[in-house]
Design a protein. Structure first.
Length: 203
């Protein structure tokens, strides 16, 4: 880049909010879209085996979120770009419901003084990704807290990120429910959470 050059986009922030997967798919089966199956097979063929792919949810309803979105990963392309980072944030539950994971989506600033693109609330080509944390949904009330640690490191291809999530759900009765997810860009575990047993049944 020439001295004084500006990278576009300027900044990318991944936000996370507490959700239950079935609330993101109202009146729809929890299954892969038929059009996605050839792409899914090509991913497995390319990487030489089955693994727990990240789960894109098309056009999730905003009112399914159980908390506000909070930054989980920040990439400053015109500043100190950190490809290895770990963020711990508190997702405060804002309405009663059941939680089994988080929904993540991108806010993208093309230029520093422009409004960001919001992949959750705008039509963009950026995916909204559901990440499971618990093998069963836990009931929550307003004021409960999901403490989320979101760590990112470059995968072995030195390009794409691997993610590790740890969560502790604090409820009003003093209970704590712990969840986690290891989500490499490729490879790794297969059927590590209940949702993957549902999506990839035996046989």
């Amino acid at each position: 880049m020439e001295p004084g050059g500006i990278a576009v986009p300027h900044r990318a922030v991944t936000l996370a909010a507490a959700v239950r997967l079935s609330d993101l798919l109202p009146d729809q089966p929890i299954a892969f879209a038929e059009a996605a199956l050839p792409y899914l097979r090509s991913i497995f063929d390319w990487h030489g085996g089955l693994f727990d792919v990240r789960l894109r949810v098309e056009n999730p309803p905003v009112d399914a979120l159980l908390s506000e979105g909070a930054p989980a990963e920040v990439l400053d392309f015109n500043g100190d770009l950190q490809t290895q980072q770990s963020t711990t944030t508190r997702l405060v539950i804002t309405r009663p419901g059941l939680v089994d994971g988080v929904l993540t989506w991108l806010n993208l600033w093309c230029l520093p003084d422009e409004e960001p693109l919001d992949a959750l609330r705008m039509q963009t080509n950026w995916a909204t990704i559901y990440l499971p944390l618990f093998d069963r949904p836990w009931p929550v009330e307003p004021g409960n807290v999901l403490e989320l640690t979101f760590a990112a490191n470059l995968s072995d291809d030195r390009v794409h990120p691997d993610y590790q999530l740890r969560a502790v759900l604090h409820t009003a009765d003093g209970q704590q429910h712990r969840g986690s997810l290891v989500s490499p860009h490729h490879g790794g575990a297969f059927r590590s959470h209940a949702i993957y047993w549902h999506l990839f049944p035996t046989g």
